[in-house]
Design a binder for this molecule. Structure first.
Ligand code: 4AD
Ligand code: MG
Length: 459
């Protein structure tokens, strides 16, 4: 593709053990990460974005006096380099490019903020247009991309149809009222849609009709929540994967969650070895991230009821910030205790009290709990939320009435229960939380190109 005369660093890396490549003529381009040296010889570290690794360009000013201006090239500049690919098996890096020509494409002003070797993640959040050039975010966005590919691959190869629900919607799917309103600022009747409109908090309600036509479907796109929670795991705009499966119950749903999580872990480890080695080294104090993920990919996830979890939390002797009692919604501190201290790995919590869950979840025979499931993982807490859906018209309508949810705007949704209803189930996995789990990077603001959180919107 339009690269003819240029070679990618990625392709050079693949030749690092190939003696027949030694001495070949190459032309590369990219951005300078460092430039150091002495009066005779200089070294440029170059990243071309084709892979996580950089390459070293050597410019020997004794042999090539015309290369002397290269010594003035500053960090951040873009360059076009012609030279020879030389294997250097005894050196720290397996090869280098010995420059014959170095052309400066775009100079970099001295106030470039990425001069120093190390910047805090907090500082880098202030420069979202430049942080992609750092090692950390190079690794992060590569993992994110590979993960997105793996998610699509998992569903596509398992017969799921990709459905794209609207982002502007007339309903609040979760019924939690945490919606952003979409308006052109006109009055009630004259406003753009002539009715209340908001950004979607979940594609679920819009995708259920498709499951009841195509059996297996999934959505994968941005969702928006106006929750005023300032935590390391909540964003106001995040991506969610939402499969919906007809003829499925909660067990089938959990089997799908588990298979998907394991598939994605395996693919990311396989396809991002350098990136994952980097996270393992830099973001896990014990350097056991890869080992843990590998074990999870080969394990069987535990299942525990909400009621069992409550008993364990009460017996823990821990002073939680939010006290625990049957019926309370679990907070991250509780979820993390269960998966980190008790299970020490991913766990499914099932059968939550109906009063803390959404209206569409299927009522269990006990009349108190619903066929819901959260998948909790260490370091994050809730990674996935899912449920079997209430497929019985009367039950659904009764539940909506109990909760004071207006039926008329959701009559279409209820009607699915009158027109060939079947049991069905689905779930939502937060992409950014999955990235937190895979990389250990620690804060959701560092898992998405431009983070949106309360009182924070840069660019
Ligand atoms: O548990 P939630 O709210 O479930 C739903 O929205 C269902 N409609 C999903 C479904 O069954 N189709 O959200 C699902 C997941 C959570 O488990 C979490 O991973 C993620 O979405 N999530 C967030 N991620 C980042 N920031 C937030 N504010 C999030 N809220 C939820
Ligand atoms: Mg949830």
């Amino acid at each position: 593709m339009i690269r003819d005369q240029y070679v990618l660093v990625k392709d050079l890396l693949s030749r690092k053990d190939d003696p027949s490549a030694d001495g070949m003529s190459v032309r590369v381009r990219g951005w300078v990460k460092t430039n150091r040296g002495n009066a005779h010889v200089g070294f440029l570290t170059l990243s071309d974005g084709s892979c996580f690794e950089n390459i070293q360009i050597v410019y020997n000013m004794d042999e090539h006096p015309e290369l002397a201006p290269a010594a003035k090239i500053s960090t951040g500049s873009s360059v076009d380099v012609t030279g020879r690919f030389i294997l250097t098996p005894e050196a720290r890096q397996p090869f280098e490019v010995q420059a014959e020509k170095v052309e400066l494409l775009g100079d970099c002003d001295s106030d470039y903020p990425m001069q120093k070797k190390h910047h805090s993640l907090e500082f880098l959040r202030e420069v979202p247009h430049l942080r992609p050039r750092t090692n950390t975010f190079n690794a992060l966005f590569r993992v994110r991309s590979v993960l997105c590919g793996a998610i699509h691959e998992f569903f596509q190869t398992n017969g799921f149809l990709y459905i794209t629900p609207p982002l502007i919607t007339g309903n609040d799917a979760e019924g939690a009222g945490e919606v952003f309103t979409v308006t052109t600022g006109e009055g009630k009747e004259t406003d753009f849609f002539g009715k209340k409109a908001c950004l979607t908090v979940s594609g679920q309600l819009h995708v259920e009709p498709f499951a009841l036509a195509y059996d297996r479907v999934y959505t994968f796109g941005p969702t928006f929540r106006a929750e005023n929670s300032n935590t390391t795991t909540h964003a106001s705009e995040f991506w969610m994967v939402e499969p919906e499966i007809a003829f499925a119950d909660l067990e089938d749903d959990m089997a799908c969650m588990e298979a998907m999580v394991k598939y994605c872990i395996t693919k990311v480890l396989e396809r991002c070895p350098s990136e994952m080695a980097f996270f393992n080294q830099m973001f896990d104090p014990e350097h056991r991230l890869i080992e843990r993920l590998t074990a999870v990919a080969n394990s069987e996830f535990k299942v525990m009821t909400y009621s069992e979890a409550i008993e364990l939390l009460k017996a823990s002797g821990r002073e939680f910030q939010y006290p625990v009692e049957w019926g309370v919604d679990l907070k991250t501190e509780h979820e993390r205790y269960i998966c980190e201290e008790v299970v020490q790995g991913p766990v499914f919590l099932i059968d939550y009290p109906k009063d803390i869950k959404a209206f569409y979840m299927r009522l269990n025979d006990d009349g108190k709990t619903v066929a819901a499931c959260d998948c909790l993982v260490p370091g994050v807490g809730e990674l996935i939320g899912g449920s079997q859906r209430e497929e019985r018209y009367e039950n659904l309508v009764a539940r909506m009435k109990e909760l004071g949810i207006e039926q008329e705007p959701l009559q279409w949704y209820c009607d699915l229960r009158r027109f060939g209803s079947v049991k069905h189930a689905g779930f939502g996995l937060g992409l950014e939380r999955f990235i937190l789990y895979l990389t250990n990077i620690g804060n959701i603001r560092d898992t998405i190109p431009y983070a949106r959180t309360p009182r924070n919107l840069i660019f």
